[in-house]
Design a protein around this ligand. Structure first.
Ligand code: G6P
Length: 611
């Protein structure tokens, strides 16, 4: 994963690099470093720890003078987090510096070859082979940096985004990528490279998206692009209209809380432009009614929380549109040789649009000639670009590692899609569609009321900061909600939690229930109330303390559960959008109560661009 940034221009580079890296810390934060050309030589400072350690080390960049530089924030893959493994990496005479995001898959072979030629390695990283390989080709081919870069990309396998400085060419920065994100920012007082748009927004809104195996060559005043054979290519820039404040904390203690509060707006932004004159119009999708009618089966592939929205979607699509749906974790889908027959539609859901397994699932489906549809938040991301069809979630940039608003937008995007399919395929009447759309339109206000009434669940969370195990149970869509509720808790509070289909309790989990164990029961599917309530009775009689999340009309549950959180009335297909809110808030406040780093939980990263 990792984040890279680079600047060449009139200003001092180091403070700009630090600022850019601070907006990329969500990509990794176990070590950080910068390389700046100081007028005579390239100087590197790098260190284990968060970015603030690097800021302190360099006095906010003041100790590194120079107008060109590259920076890196790391999420370790090859080699533990350490000063020596931190990027940038140097060649032997310190005339070439490299930062990398990705994985060089054939690095061992290349390392052996380079060692045979006398190169000495200081770190355990795969990146170091890149810098030595650059050195090798640079010296072999008339010290031509562009030739050296093209030779390297012909030799390395895997996914990578690289920022490169050559001390012999101190006004020029080189960048290249394959299957890892990289953009070029067109600044007024210099040009930039970065792994993601927020890193450059302070300086420019005009960017180029670098495609696979394209090379960018930047100076203060020029940006040129070349293909891997060093032929010049022309590219169109894109204008970004996000607000920079959207990528900042805006007064909230944590990004996660800010993003929880942003959910009503994000969900509204995802729904309302698509509802016109009582029908659904998804402009960018470009799927004709004929194409929608021709779909025989849907396969959903995604990771993490995006996968959980897919689990919900199975119930929604099958229930509303009567199309069979298979849901897979993308990491399983890509290796299980799935049976994809004519008429299949593969939907890949991803906030970042860069998750390695999700991208691989998409490519597998495309290779088999199956139509692919990406439900993506980041415009211009790999999945958005490569999918045959795309539907955007308009959540805006999401920074906290634990997703909230992007998850909520993925859910409603899929409700819209399922309703569209149901209508086109004649499975629901216009009148039913009108009712569903009305319920969707009031979801943002209902979400808002749940957030405004967070105090009960906040207090409840404070009592559970010392919990050891928590179980989440539910049936049908309530099971899908439980999966996400459990993940939200465990990923940021480090409390062991598990989600179980309530009917499975008796096949194992119930033996783990002890006096005082917290069981969160999700009970929003009316036809399944009685079944889940008997499971609540079973766990309570074994000592469990039960928190129930249920519909506002299910007051009967107070006789069985110890604490009840009610959600407003909505269609049974849409309850996930409401029931998840108190569970997100629960996870958030348990983490806050434990004094943990809510936005950057240990060992996790926002965007998992490696396998
Ligand atoms: C990471 C994030 C999750 C996210 C998952 C999939 O694990 O922490 O919040 O659900 O990746 O990411 P994607 O960008 O593909 O939705």
């Amino acid at each position: 994963m990792c984040g890279i940034v680079g600047y060449v221009g009139k200003k001092q580079a180091a403070p700009i690099l630090l600022d850019g890296l601070s907006r990329l810390e969500y990509r990794g934060y176990d070590s950080a470093g910068m390389a700046v050309y100081d007028g005579e030589k390239i100087v590197i400072n790098k260190t284990t720890g968060r970015l603030k350690v690097l800021s302190e080390l360099t006095h906010d960049g003041a100790t590194m003078s120079g107008h060109i530089g590259i920076g890196h924030t790391r999420w370790a893959t090859h080699g533990e987090p350490s000063d020596v493994n931190a990027h940038p990496h140097f060649n032997k005479d310190q005339s070439i510096a490299v930062v990398q995001n990705g994985i060089i898959e054939n690095y061992l072979k290349l390392r052996n070859l380079l060692q045979d030629r006398g190169y000495q390695f200081l770190s355990e990283t795969d990146t170091e082979v890149v810098v030595h390989l650059l050195d090798y080709y640079y010296n072999r081919y008339d010290k031509n940096p562009l030739t050296a870069v093209t030779k390297v990309i012909h030799r390395v396998e895997g996914s990578y985004a690289l920022g490169i400085l050559f001390a012999d060419h101190p006004d020029v920065m080189y960048a290249v990528r394959k299957d890892a994100p990289l953009i070029v920012g067109i600044g007024e007082e210099g040009n930039l490279i970065a792994s993601d748009v927020p890193a450059v927004l302070k300086y420019t809104r005009d960017v180029f998206f670098i495609e696979n195996e394209e090379i960018a060559v930047l100076t203060e005043k020029s940006i040129e692009f070349f293909n891997m054979d060093a032929d010049p290519i022309r590219k169109e820039s894109k204008h970004i209209d996000w607000d920079i404040n959207a990528a900042e904390k805006g007064g909230y203690e944590h990004f996660m809380l800010k993003e929880i509060y942003e959910q009503p707006k994000a969900v509204r932004d995802t729904i309302s432009p698509r509802i016109r004159d009582h029908s659904i119009v998804i402009e960018e999708l470009g799927m004709t009614d004929e194409e929608i009618r021709a779909v025989k089966k849907i396969h959903i592939a995604a990771c993490g929380s995006a996968y959980h929205t897919g689990v919900t979607s199975k119930y929604v699509f099958e229930g509303l549109a009567r199309i069979p749906v298979e849901v897979d974790l993308a990491s399983e889908f890509r290796y299980r040789d799935p049976i994809l027959e004519e008429g299949a539609l593969v939907i890949v859901i991803s906030q970042s649009g860069e998750t390695a397994d999700s991208l691989a699932a998409l490519r597998l489906a495309k290779d088999r000639g199956i139509t692919t549809l990406g439900i993506v938040n980041v415009v211009g991301s790999s999945i958005a670009r490569e999918a045959d069809k795309v539907m955007y979630t308009w959540a805006g940039p999401e920074i906290a590692v634990a997703t909230t608003k992007a998850y909520s937008c993925q859910l409603v995007a899929q409700y819209l899609l399922a309703l569209k399919f149901a209508q086109v395929r004649g499975q629901i009447t216009d009148e039913q569609l009108g009712e569903y759309l009305h319920e969707m339109e009031i979801l943002p206000n209902q979400i808002e009321s749940l957030i405004d009434n967070k105090h009960k669940i906040q207090k409840f969370a404070n009592r559970y900061v010392a919990a050891k195990d928590v179980f989440f149970i539910g049936r049908g869509i309530d099971y899908a909600i439980s999966l996400e509720g459990s993940l939200k808790l465990k990923e940021i509070s480090y409390i062991h939690s598990e989600a179980y289909a309530a009917g499975e309790l008796k096949h194992g989990t119930i033996s783990l229930i002890e006096d005082g164990t917290l069981v969160a029961a999700v009970v929003t599917q009316e036809e399944l109330y009685k079944k889940t309530i008997s499971n609540i009775v079973e766990v309570r009689s074994r000592g469990a303390y039960v928190l129930a999340v249920t519909n506002e009309d299910n007051i009967e549950i107070e006789k069985t559960a110890d604490c009840v959180i009610y959600i407003p009335k909505t269609s049974s297909y849409f309850t996930n959008s409401l029931a998840i809110i108190p569970l997100q808030i629960f996870g958030y406040y348990v983490s806050v109560g434990k004094g943990l780093d809510v936005d950057k939980p240990r060992n996790l990263a926002k965007s998992v661009t490696v396998e």
